[in-house]
Design a protein around this ligand. Structure first.
Ligand SMILES: *Cc1c(COP(=O)(O)O)cnc(C)c1O
Length: 382
């Protein structure tokens, strides 16, 4: 059996080596390393893929979030509501811009931000909501957009984990995640569903004015050379990374299908087990894009999760705990206004979730070995 990895980027590269290498070689030969034609080409191709008017590439997913918030003109003291159960980048940039992060609980089934909790957290100072499409499953966007409209709030989708996923609206129509809110951010970190070979990110929006503003912000606040109209940043996707991404973009749907296929095999093995809750999002078949499984995460009950983690490590099965500490309990983001009783779900999930290997190269033998090892441990015959 091939060695099991959490993410198998070497295995993936070996299959697309020719096209990636020649795309990178084009950049080297052109020496257009910054803002070269590859960046523009990738931007256009991603706009077409997503069905969005503007993609603005930038240096990473954290910058993308920050720049989106700068573009919206959020001011110190403005309250921004986001999920307690996510990667720290989401709340980090809110704090960095001296906005006030307001963390709220998540839903126990989808792990996404709880709409009722958002409702309760809205105050006259609230200016924006940042739903995170956690693990590849879009948040409840119809309800979030309705709330935002009612209270005149911006919605910034953190789409770092769900590129290629679609959200099904209440009327049955579908929109790609990241094209529903006023603006969205994504990350091309190597392990993300569309990853480059270094750092990268992008901002999406259908709003022409906001797009124009953001294009200046990513480039030192310049709209005309050496005229700095606003305080900006230097955040660029370099041409080398764009070359990798443009070579990989045509495979994104195939990659997401491979992830869903692996998720289905996991779900089948764990189905109806009294101690295991498997993720939702596969109801519409492998070729649907309701959930793109950036992570495959089980919720355990009555199982010593940390002992299972150690056991899997002994059996050479890497796994992850995303995330082990709620953001509201992190030193950097503690706030006396928070009440533990408001974070019941997150406080529970941090003790009960486990993410299994998930990538595009998993084979049946590996998946069977992983599911057998997990089940043997939980059933007590390891
Ligand atoms: C990865 C990630 C980010 C940050 O992306 P970087 O490119 O690593 O800066 C932000 N939010 C979420 C939810 C992420 O998973």
């Amino acid at each position: 059996m091939k060695k099991i990895q959490m993410v198998d980027l070497q295995g993936q590269y070996s299959k697309i080596k020719d096209v990636v290498d020649s795309s990178i070689a084009e950049v080297m030969e052109s020496a257009a390393f910054i803002n070269g034609p590859k960046v523009h080409q990738f931007q256009k191709n991603l706009e077409d893929y997503l069905g969005v008017k503007h993609v603005i590439p930038c240096a990473n997913g954290t910058d993308a979030l920050q720049i989106a918030m700068m573009g919206l003109g959020l001011k110190p003291g403005d309250e921004v509501i986001t999920a307690d159960f996510t990667f720290a980048a989401t709340v980090e940039v809110i704090a960095l811009l001296q906005l006030t992060p307001v963390l709220v609980d998540v839903d126990p089934v989808t792990f996404n931000i709880d709409v009722e909790a958002i409702k309760k957290a809205i105050t006259p100072k609230t200016k924006a909501i940042v739903p995170v499409h956690l693990f590849g499953l879009p948040a409840e966007m119809d309800a979030i957009m309705a709330l935002a409209k009612e209270h005149d709030l911006y919605v910034i989708e953190d789409n770092a984990q769900a590129i290629g996923a679609s959200y099904t609206h209440n009327d049955g129509s579908k929109t790609k995640a990241g094209v529903i809110g006023h603006v969205a951010s994504t990350s091309f970190f190597p392990s993300k569903n569309l990853g480059c070979y270094g750092d990268g990110g992008a901002i999406f929006t259908n709003d022409d004015d906001l797009a124009h503003k953001i294009r200046g912000i990513v480039n030192h606040g310049m709209y005309e050379r050496y005229h700095h109209d606003v305080v900006g940043v230097n955040s660029r996707l370099d041409s080398m990374q764009a070359a990798v991404l443009d070579a990989k973009l045509p495979n994104l749907d195939t990659y997401n299908t491979a992830r869903r296929r692996a998720a289905r095999q996991y779900n089948e093995a764990f189905k109806d087990h009294p101690n295991i809750t498997t993720p939702t999002g596969l109801e519409n078949g492998d070729s649907s894009d309701d959930h793109v499984f950036h992570q495959y995460t089980l919720n355990l009950e009555g199982v010593d999760r940390d002992a299972l983690v150690s056991h899997l490590q002994e059996k050479n099965i890497p796994c992850g705990v995303y995330y082990p500490i709620p953001l509201h309990r992190q030193k950097a983001y503690k706030d006396e206004r928070y009440n533990e009783a408001d974070f019941k779900v997150t406080n529970e999930l941090v003790t009960s979730v486990i993410s299994l290997p998930m990538h595009t190269e998993l084979d049946d033998e590996q998946i069977n070995y992983i599911t057998d090892t997990v089940l043997n441990f939980i059933n007590g015959n390891n």
